[in-house]
Design a protein around this ligand. Structure first.
Ligand code: SF4
Length: 331
């Protein structure tokens, strides 16, 4: 299948007075048209910096993309002019930000906010934009009669639907959704995720779904990449990651959530703190928290090891097991 975005060796740093923050460290991934990649990890893993880099929205200084390439629909994003980028943002790549409740302008009607995007990117007049905007509103389950109302007249779940309507109004090829349901209660979360999946199918939009919620990933993603300390430490199809998680960190994430299927008396959270990105540990960045760490893990950087055609992991255990061809599940 053809990919819509191909990220290679992306490296992002923040140069601050307190030191250099190694936010994203040499990550590569791609997303096929119409498919969803879940980018999973704890707060501070580099997920949002990755998303902002794809749209070149990093605040600079202090943020800087110091290496890598981002190819979106054959365009090299890092070489486009600002004018070209303005056409990409919102038109070809849309983003739902982490806090959708504050993404809406309180002094404009929601209709005006949807229509504004349509007018800019689809080059049409006010009347045409209104028709498109009303249709988009209905698609996200809000009656078009509410087009002229203001954000404060909507509940949290409804505001979220409006934000999604704005993001999808121009039928983008790629939607970046950064923790889109975190601020919502659980029942509304499920509805919103279902709605996003439906719209994604209708429009054939690819999605980068950033989340720390493995339940949301299981429900919505085709592929999964697990991030730790700015690196992708494991990636694969949904089945690869959920049926055969290999990296000790991925196993730790699964061990931290309750299961309805297994009789687990006690959850086993990952001990220790997230790595400090200004002083990343030597060797494997996860070694201070890893219960399988060996002395070599403090000094040697793990390389990418392929478990199968779609499943890759960065861990010295798998590196040595595959060298000796003992491909077994270790943890
Ligand atoms: Fe743990 Fe070593 Fe593997 Fe890192 S390389 S995850 S420290 S076993």
């Amino acid at each position: 299948m053809e990919n819509i975005i191909d990220v290679k060796n992306l490296t992002v740093k923040y140069f601050t007075d307190e030191g250099t923050v190694h936010a994203v460290n040499d990550i590569s991934f791609e997303i096929n048209r119409g498919e969803t990649l879940g980018l999973v990890g704890e707060t501070g893993a580099g997920k949002t910096t990755t998303a902002l880099s794809l749209l070149r929205l990093l605040q600079s200084p202090p943020g800087e993309i110091v290496d890598g390439d981002i190819v979106f629909d054959k365009d090299h994003i890092l070489t486009l002019s600002e004018d070209q980028m303005r056409l990409v943002r919102g038109g070809k790549i849309s983003m739902i930000f982490q806090d959708p409740m504050t993404s809406l302008n309180p002094v404009l009607t929601i209709g005006d906010q949807i229509a504004e995007v349509i007018q800019i990117h689809m080059n049409c007049g006010g009347a045409e934009a209104r028709i498109e905007g009303e249709e988009m509103l209905e698609r996200v389950g809000i009656p078009k009669e509410r087009y002229d109302e203001y954000p404060h007249q909507f509940s949290g779940g409804m505001k979220q639907r409006v934000v999604i309507a704005i993001a999808l109004a121009c039928k983008p090829s790629l939607l970046i959704a950064d923790e889109p349901t975190t601020a919502l209660d659980v029942t509304i979360q499920a509805q919103v995720i279902e709605m996003m999946k439906d719209l994604q199918k209708q429009i054939n939009t690819a999605m980068l779904l950033i989340t720390h919620d493995l339940g949301v990933v299981a429900d919505s993603c085709d592929h999964v990449a697990i991030m730790y300390a700015g690196e992708i430490i494991e990636s694969g199809s949904l089945e690869d990651i959920f049926d055969n998680p290999c990296h000790p960190y991925t196993n730790g994430l699964f061990g931290s959530i309750p299961s309805l299927d297994k009789d687990v008396k006690k959850l086993s959270p990952i001990t220790g703190d997230v790595a400090d990105p200004t002083h990343l540990p030597t060797g494997c960045h996860f070694h201070p928290r890893c219960k399988y760490a060996e002395p070599v893990c403090k000094n040697k950087r793990p390389m990418v090891t392929s478990i199968n055609d779609t499943h890759q992991v960065k861990c010295l255990i798998y590196e040595s097991l595959l060298q000796t061809r003992e491909v077994v599940k270790y943890v």
